[in-house]
Each structure stands twice: as C-alpha cells, then as structure tokens.
Design a protein around this ligand. Structure first.
Ligand code: ADP
Ligand code: MG
Length: 243
C-alpha cells in the first residue's frame, strides 16, 4: 500500500543555520511514528515541514503520492488533511469551546453549522468534555484545553494527525488524560506523527520511533529495539539521560 507521507532528502536551513539535513522516511496508513531527540535537534521543524508551515529548502515531501513542492498542489487542501496539535493549545479565547471546534469545518470544508455542531459535540464526547461545549477556554484546565485542541483538529476529519509535544506544557497530573485520548486515536487507526518526551507512551503506542539529533535521523526502529538495543552511541547517550 502506498505510504500516506513520503519524505525524500528533506533539508531545511534558516540562512546559514542548517536545521534539517537529508531526512528520508515514509509513514504508512495507520502508523504511529514517534519522534524523539534533544532540544534543538529539528523535531518541530521536521513536523512543520510535513504540512508546509515551514518551506523546505531541499528534497521533497509527498502526501498520498502528490508532491507538496509541485506548484499545482493546493497546499490548503493538503493542510486540511493534516491536523496539528501544539504544545500551547492556541484555542481562540473569545469563542466558546464548541465554536472553536466548529469554525474550521464551516470555513474550510464548507459544512453547514448544524453538521459542524453535531460533529463537534460527538468529538467533545469522545475526549470526555461534552459538558464543556459552552464554556470559554479560560475556564478550562491545561489538560482539558489540550483535549479540546485535539477535538478541534479532528473536526476537519484529517487523514493524519501531527502532535508537537502535546503534553510538555501540562502539569504532571494532566498528562495522562491527553495521552489517553491519543492512545485511543491510535487504536482506531489514525495515522499519527508525534514528537514527545513521554518515553513510556512512545514505547507503548509507537509503531516506530525516530531518534533525531543535529538535524538528522540518527536511528529509527520499533520501540522495543530502539529503547532496549540502540545501535548508535548517540542514541544510547540520549536514552541514558531520559529513561
Ligand atoms: P526541536 O523541536 O527538536 O527542539 P526545532 O525544530 O525547534 O528543534 O529547532 C531546530 C533548530 O532550528 C534550533 O537550533 C532552532 O534555534 C532553529 N530554528 C527553529 N526555528 C527557527 C526560525 N524560525 N528561525 C531561525 N532558526 C530557527
Ligand atoms: Mg520542538
């Protein structure tokens, strides 16, 4: 089966500062790929290149076989297929929770408000927050805000979900509720690329782990192998600090 995303020789620099060097990988349908690595290794830049929030300088990225670099490719259409969840929840503070979730399907997909509301309520129930539909973001805890952010991304019915350290800004007692929602998504077959420092989660839910350092994928493999028998010194050294 054709991979959902193909990354071919991806490179990204900011001026003279080379941040990504020749990254190649493929992401299959329903695969959960976890990206780990030290701060500054290029994990966020890699994720942001996947949906062209950052423009690569080199190489190519294909989504369902279509090159994102091709001038005829409609980037907004591709972006609509990739939901993204950030460390900071970025909910619209002046909008109720349900309106936060409904806005993109209405504006981008052209759904009728009734359809978007029904979908929004279904997703809020899924993330365990149906009773918060009419609340404002300021009244939510960090864990609740992040679950709303996930529901908001899912409302577009994306084919892929990208997560950039979704639990890093949370108080420890709220990490589990967010990872729980992500785990459920994985079990339902969602294709996901997740940058995280939660090694237990990576091990349990990841189908494959990429270890990045200095803008390259140093090593990748199934979690058991990468965590228990890393092949590279750099991977061993990183794991010895975080495990
Ligand atoms: P990570 O997510 O692994 O911590 P990032 O992808 O955020 O790493 O950053 C990788 C490197 O790129 C860092 O050295 C960072 O300072 C640099 N960088 C990231 N974004 C920009 C930018 N917009 N302009 C210049 N340098 C950037
Ligand atoms: Mg980052």
């Amino acid at each position: 089966m054709e991979p959902v995303i193909q990354v071919k020789g991806l490179g990204k620099a900011y001026g003279a500062h080379v941040v990504l060097k020749d990254i190649s990988t493929e992401i299959s349908r329903s695969e959960v790929v976890v990206v780990i690595g030290p701060s500054g290794s290029g994990k966020s830049t890699f994720l942001r290149c996947l949906n062209l929030l950052e423009e690569p300088n080199k190489g190519d990225i294909l989504f369902e076989g279509k090159s994102l670099m091709d001038k005829s490719t409609k980037i907004t259409e591709i972006r609509a297929e990739m939901g993204m969840v950030f460390q900071s929840f970025n909910l619209f503070p002046h909008m109720k929770v349900i309106d936060n979730i409904m806005i993109a399907p209405i504006r981008v997909r052209g759904w009728a408000p009734d359809k978007a509301r029904a979908k929004g309520m279904e997703l809020l129930a899924k993330v365990g927050l149906a009773e918060k539909a009419d609340a404002y973001p300021a009244s939510l805890s960090g864990g609740q805000s992040q679950r709303v952010a996930i529901a908001r991304a899912l409302a577009m019915e994306p084919k892929v979900m990208l997560f950039d350290e979704p639990t890093s800004a949370l108080d420890p007692e709220m990490v589990g509720e967010v990872l729980g929602v992500m785990k459920e998504l994985a079990a339902e077959g969602m294709t996901m690329v997740i940058v995280t420092h939660e090694m237990g989660f990576a091990r349990e839910v990841g189908d494959r782990v990429l270890f990045m350092e200095g803008g390259v994928v140093v090593e990748e493999g199934v979690p058991k192998q990468l965590f228990e028998r890393p092949s590279h010194e750099r991977t061993k050294s990183f794991l010895s600090k975080v495990l």
